[in-house]
Write a protein that binds this ligand. Sequence first.
Ligand code: TMP
Length: 208
Amino acid sequence: MAQGIFITFEGIEGSGKSTQVKILAEKLQKDGFKTITTFEPGDTEFGRKIREILLSTSLTINPLSELLLYFADRIQHVSEKINPYISEGFIVISDRFTDSTLAYQGYGRGISLELINNLNKFLLDEFKPKITILLDLPVEQGLARNRNINKNDKFEFEDISFHNKVREGFLKLAALEPERFIIVDATKTFEEIASEIYENIKERLKNL
Ligand code: TMP
């Protein structure tokens, strides 16, 4: 592959994204693809500082300030990491990207989707992943999983209805772009999920 490709994983809290990102990257590396994993928010030096602010449970942040910080992180992420690796022929796999902003800040917090899409257009030239894997599961199961690993992020403190809006938001985004999204049932075992993702990605890579 002369030009690399950009793949993202999306889903609610506790959907198992980070584990699946790692497994997919290892499988693709074994197949000989140059592969790199990354995440949002916070996978640049600048982004790490923004992540601290965004996920701090002691700060009250205006939803629009929050939105712009996610974009600030993303602009840095795309220019410093994602684009350079894609230009060098890497498969870049990111744990979350703009669909998370549409789901959490848009569907969850109620910020206009048009505003978010316009920011994406003007700030990032509508840069989008080629393939997005949505790990879908009921909110109660995802939150219970996170509680088991004692994860206490800012969004853990939101109520169930917020997380349900986020989950529904992701499913609506997937329905709008069925050719980009692969929806995977994340209640299955992690081995089953991993092989379903790998088979799907191999098929798609053949057709690129
Ligand atoms: P993580 O738990 O996957 O590391 O993500 C951190 C939190 O950031 C997660 O609760 C979702 C939230 N988030 C947004 O609200 N909007 C975004 O655009 C991104 C990338 C993440």
